[in-house]
Design a binder for this molecule. Structure first.
Ligand SMILES: [Cu+2]
Length: 210
């Protein structure tokens, strides 16, 4: 299975590299795929360059978006999340049926993963399919902390396929997400350039009547 991100990014960070260049006009971005039943995810804040402009991102294993996790139904998976940031973090396993204490939403069943510490998630996979995971802390998801999960069925695929591709799509803003939320609270249509234009639409239907 390949996990590709055409038209968003060109490369994950190389080891020891401090800045990752993301070019929306390059179509060769490959997101790392981690497989098995034990995973180590390292969360860090690093500067990324998107379309020539630098901003801070929240990366897992230096990848934007986060690596695709490939698992197998019926396995018990152990996922160690190493928080290398000076702020707390969390991971929500979106759509997965997990024990409540493994759900990963701070304030409900756990307190989050404190700065510079490790939390180990462990749960049995009771389902198969394609899902995603993301931070549930601060604006870390908005700054790149999200990725895909693929759980292969225990038995045979219902519809056998030769190749499986996962595409992750997300928005990117150079604006600080705290600031963006503040602006959206002041004006709900802030940054929305696609509002319906009644006059223009009506013109298309009946130009002579306007
Ligand atoms: Cu979620």
């Amino acid at each position: 299975m390949l996990s590709t991100l055409p038209s968003i990014a060109n490369s994950a960070l190389g080891k020891g590299q401090q800045n990752v260049a993301i070019n929306s006009d390059k179509a060769d971005h490959i997101v790392p795929i981690l497989t098995g039943n034990e995973f180590d995810l390292y969360v860090s804040k690093k500067p990324v360059t998107v379309n020539g402009k630098s901003s801070m991102a929240t990366l897992i294993n230096d990848s934007l978006p986060a690596p695709t996790l490939k698992m197998r139904e019926g396995d018990t998976v152990t996922i160690r999340v190493h928080n290398q940031m000076n702020e707390s973090t969390s991971i929500h396993w979106h759509g997965l049926l997990v024990p409540f204490e493994m759900d990963g939403v701070p304030g409900i069943s756990f307190d989050g993963i404190p700065a510079n510490s490790t939390f180990t998630y462990k749960f049995k996979l009771k389902q198969s399919g394609t899902y995603w995971y993301h931070s549930h802390s601060g604006f870390q998801e908005q700054t790149g902390m999200l990725g895909a999960i693929v759980i292969e069925p225990k038995g045979r695929e219902r519809h056998p396929i030769e190749e499986d591709h996962v595409i992750v799509l997300s928005d990117w803003t150079h604006r600080d997400p705290h600031n963006l939320l503040k602006l959206l609270k002041q004006r709900a249509d802030f940054d929305n350039y696609h509002l319906p234009d009644f006059k223009k639409n009506y013109c298309l239907i009946s130009p002579q009547q306007i």
